[in-house]
Ligand binder design. Sequence first.
Ligand code: UDP
Length: 457
Amino acid sequence: MENQREQRCSRLVFVLYPFQGHINPMLQLATIMYSKGFSITIVHPQFNSPDPSKHPQFTFTPISDDLSQGKVSTSDLFGTISALNRNCEEPLKEYIEKMLKAEDTHDRIACIIYDGLMFFAQSVADRLKLPGMSVRTSAAASILAYAVFRRHDEQGYISFLDLMSKDQETELQPLRLKDLVMLRSQNVPELIGELRANLTDSVKKSSAIIVNTMDFLEQNVVKQIQGLFPAFVFTIGPFHKLAPNISSSLLKEDTNCISWLDRQAPNSVIYVSFGSIASMDEKEFLETYWGLANSDQPFLWVVRPGLVRGSKSVELLPKSFEERVGDKGCIVEWAPQLEVLAHGAVGGFWSHCGWNSTLESICEGVPMLCRPFFGDQCLNAIYVCDVWKVGLELENELEKGNIEKAVRTLMVNTEGNEMRKRAMHLKEKVNLSLRQGGSCYNSLNELAEQMLSLRSN
Ligand code: UDP
């Protein structure tokens, strides 16, 4: 690598989308590529800046995002994506132009690696004649589900799902793919259709598509994507397993829950977390509390600021909480999730099914209770429950009786035990793919080679 470094392009510029579920995998990927000998520059919007002191090996550069002060709303993610793509293109271009001017032969930019939602970065790469690589921090299937073409007759968009012939095989085919109405192109508001079309265009122009998934999880889907886009698809997940021991949490992790977990019996605890964005109303929050309390299983629950819309969540809990739950419940604002899922006391994960959480659970052999809130979380829940059969879905209105029953099914019934066995089997497959000669291991080496060889001028 040293020789290659002296002669070839070895700096990677990463462009982050500033939300927790995207910052984590992108910084993990940057760490992986750093370990392969690349130098790393991280470009990020000012909003939700990562903490550079946690990653001293990288160069961090904030760019102006022009998002009105503190007004970014997690309930308008499409508006935020649109604003970031509008506002960040020129600042990124100016910054990279400066880098190119100052570049010396030992430290040239190999390519721009951007979160797929920051698709303006592909335009910058094209304008500056640099290679761009699009990263999917969600399941490969989401590429198919979200991809839309513009219609030439200006009648809106055509989705890839509509183009897929009925008999094409994918992991999702026997399931409810055609029912994933929320992901399809019909009746989507213009802004969302436009965003999805721009995203698809950028993937078409990219030099590689990097996905945080594993071959054995989505083999047919990956094949299908490969047939639709010219760029090669690299499946090098799970990123977090290749970049352990890095923390990029925007909130402070409360590590006290680990000593609480140490006092619990093996596989007895249900870990409850709905990620960094999903929110619920007061009634749903209280039903969740009562369902957990009545299940009589020990629970570790992440109640982050903003989880309950318009309220200081924990203050809503009944005064009898201590007496009712005692040491059986532990509530934290933010948990060291990877450590929690790897802890022997954790036997189940009630999750919103964000892709990171889903992968993290599989990697530790932890079965899931799924409660997707929006977007690709619904797709991931189908994978968990219907394809891999390592979880069950909590459907309908959140109601304490249903919650209690579902928690007990997952944690103490035979059905849950079968799911746990299948989850352990997936964990073994993950470990195999990470070993020398495994699919992830090979794909990663090929990606590093491609990065070194892409830039010709
Ligand atoms: N996470 C964490 N502590 C918590 C809750 C979540 O570290 O208490 C991390 C989790 O490990 C995952 C990320 O936050 O890497 C959440 O990403 P995910 O895709 O699951 O959901 P999102 O937040 O994007 O909805």
